[in-house]
Design a protein around this ligand. Structure first.
Ligand SMILES: C[S@@+](CC[C@H](N)C(=O)[O-])C[C@H]1O[C@@H](n2cnc3c(N)ncnc32)[C@H](O)[C@@H]1O
Length: 591
């Protein structure tokens, strides 16, 4: 069959020069020359075989040159530059494909399609490094629409889906890639690693079974474990505390993971000298960087923009809509089905003020953080959890993930709350800590303590503690006062939690314990009531463990302390959650 000579006619010079060549860097000048050689052919004249060969070579060389330059930049991790060259390569492939007839020149057609697919997959890889995930996915889908078993596009798409927490869809991609001829595609090590990781994350996100024991047992020295995002038995509803809140949909035991969510953005650093000016400046710089990061994520993803727009910015919280929990399930989300929200910088700043969490919060220190460490981040679903001074949950920060773990048993229908700040301090300090959040806490404990403010004696005790009064004396006066005020059950726990600093210092000092003897309660009883009132806390647990240790003379093997050890383990579960299994937990709390 006669070749269709027109196919080899020079493509419209406007398209070829403007869309592909014009932006080339100087190193590609030689190709301009090659193309210029081909350009001597008048546009309307049909080309000879020799001219066709010449043009084919020029085309091939140009593609090859672009490809190697783009690959080189990619290997040098110059993502934006390599992406721009892949774009030129893609344009060029498209131009040539549009003028190539697959039926009469199948080799060239198939070569061009392969080049196009590879360039799309590579650009997707570069875009994903730039966190332009929507664009990256579009490229993978285009490559896969051309060749459904394109290895690189499948692996790249799998990785992007994995980073978007779409575990089942990612697993499908990796499985399809694994079913291809491994020899032909190479890179099996990476694929197998992705496949295994994906299987584990898919399992975690489906079951909520997480196990951090090995990491904890290594003293947090091993690499931070990979975690899936997970939404447990919870739902968002109107809250009596304020606006919307997160509620349990069934009874939940202490230590259960109810939520694992990855930060939208996070900024970390070591801030030396908490009160020094340089520390504050560093925090300000970090805050600014954090805002930039969030703004970057918002500009790159419709989903992020939509989800962030559901968060409170502190204004008219009662009038806010209750979003459907399902929009936070990454697995369920389609790429383009989000409204294109408009979010100005003021709104973003308001949202960050109300919802950002600081990783160095007292509850986060447990996971092996340095005391000068400071990290600020935004986590979507956790942003619906209200604060309470008698919370029933805690947060654990593991890498970029925030885990919400119940710190005591929770009943179906209860609102889940975690502390935004240290709740083992007196009401005045707690009010000061709540002020930057823009609220006055009115949880049961705060309500009770507000009523108790009328007691001059309590105010004197608080002033005494602040003024450096003997801590044993503070404990004694408070215990005496509670007897007279008829404080019962949880109420005692609330007050003891408020004066926890005095209790823990007293029990830590043999001299104080001797001095006050039976006039102050046993540490175990205080630990029980504080844990009952405010949930587990590592400082409360520490007092219990020290008591156990001193009672058993340093070793904890004695039969008499078994019950207390079980109690300590239960408290430990409320702090670290069931994600740290018994043996590792024993090590962690030094039992
Ligand atoms: C992270 S948001 C919590 C979810 C929020 N209620 C909503 O509807 O989006 C933090 C804001 O919730 C409100 N809030 C949280 N805990 C509160 C409490 N104990 N008392 C009063 N307001 C509270 C405050 O307005 C606070 O700035």
């Amino acid at each position: 069959m006669e070749p269709n000579v027109d196919r080899y006619s020079r493509p419209d010079p406007k398209i070829s020069r403007e869309s592909s060549l014009h932006n080339l860097n100087p190193q590609q000048e030689q190709h301009e020359k090659l193309c210029a050689a081909a350009a001597v052919i008048p546009f309307h004249r049909t080309t000879t075989r020799e001219e066709q060969q010449q043009m084919l070579m020029a085309e091939e060389e140009l593609l090859q040159e672009l490809r190697s330059k783009a690959n080189e930049l990619f290997l040098r991790e110059q993502w934006a530059e390599s992406s721009s060259l892949y774009s030129q390569l893609i344009d060029l492939c498209r131009v040539h494909l549009s003028s190539t007839d697959g039926a009469s020149d199948p080799d060239k057609f198939s070569k061009l399609r392969k080049s196009l697919c590879l360039a799309l997959a590579n650009r997707a890889d570069a875009s994903s490094k730039l966190r332009s995930l929507d664009e990256a996915l579009r490229d993978c889908d285009e490559a896969l629409a051309i060749e459904s078993s394109h290895f690189r596009a499948l692996v790249c798409k799998g990785k992007i889906l994995l980073s978007l927490s779409k575990y089942s869809a990612a697993l499908e991609c990796f499985k399809s890639a694994a079913s291809l001829d491994a020899q032909a595609n190479g890179n099996c090590g990476t694929l197998n690693a992705c496949l295994e990781k994906c299987k584990m994350l898919e399992y975690q996100s489906r079951t909520g079974n997480f196990d951090l024991s090995d990491w904890v047992a290594s003293g947090f020295h091993r690499e931070i474990p990979e975690l899936a995002e997970y939404i447990g038995p919870v739902l968002i509803k109107k809250s009596e505390i304020s606006g919307r809140g997160l509620f349990a949909t069934k009874n939940i035991d202490v230590g259960t993971v109810v939520l694992v969510t990855r930060a939208i953005a996070i900024e970390r650093g070591i801030v030396m000298g908490e009160d020094s000016g340089s520390g504050e400046n560093k925090q300000l710089v970090m805050w600014k960087n954090f805002i930039d990061r969030v703004a970057g994520c918002v500009s790159k993803s419709r989903r992020t923009r939509h989800l962030i727009s559901t968060l409170s910015s502190g204004e008219d919280e009662e009038g806010l809509e209750v979003p459907d929990l399902s929009i936070f399930r990454a697995e369920a989300s389609e790429r383009d089905d989000y409204p294109n929200e408009k979010l100005d910088m003021n709104k973003i700043l308001g949202i960050l003020d109300v919802n950002s969490l600081v990783e160095d919060a007292i509850s986060a220190k447990v996971m092996g953080r340095n005391k000068d460490y400071y990290g600020v981040g935004l986590w979507f679903l956790a942003s619906f959890v209200n604060h309470s001074c008698c919370p029933n949950a805690r947060r654990l920060h593991v890498g970029n993930h925030l885990m919400v773990v119940t710190s005591r048993d929770v009943k179906a229908g209860d609102e889940l709350t975690f502390p935004y700040f240290d709740v083992l301090q007196p009401p005045k300090k707690r009010r000061e800590a709540a002020a930057p959040w823009g609220f006055d806490c009115s949880c049961k404990r705060c309500e009770f303590e507000e009523k108790m403010r009328s007691k001059q004696e309590l105010r004197d005790i608080e002033a005494g503690l602040e003024g450096g009064m003997d801590v044993g004396g503070v404990v004694y006066r408070l215990e005496e006062g509670m007897r007279r005020w008829n404080a019962r059950g949880r109420e005692k726990g609330y007050l003891r939690a408020s004066f926890w600093a005095a209790y823990s210092e007293t029990y830590a000092s043999e001299k104080s314990v001797k001095k006050w003897g039976r006039r102050i309660p046993a540490a175990e009883a205080v630990v029980d009531s504080v844990a009952e009132a405010t949930g587990s806390d590592e400082r409360v647990l520490k007092v219990l463990v020290e008591q156990l240790s001193s009672r058993s003379g340093g070793g904890l093997g004695g039969g008499g302390v078994i019950g207390e050890m079980e109690k300590a383990l239960k408290l430990g579960r409320g702090i670290y959650g069931k994600v740290v299994k018994k043996q590792a937990l024993r090590g962690l709390i030094e039992l």
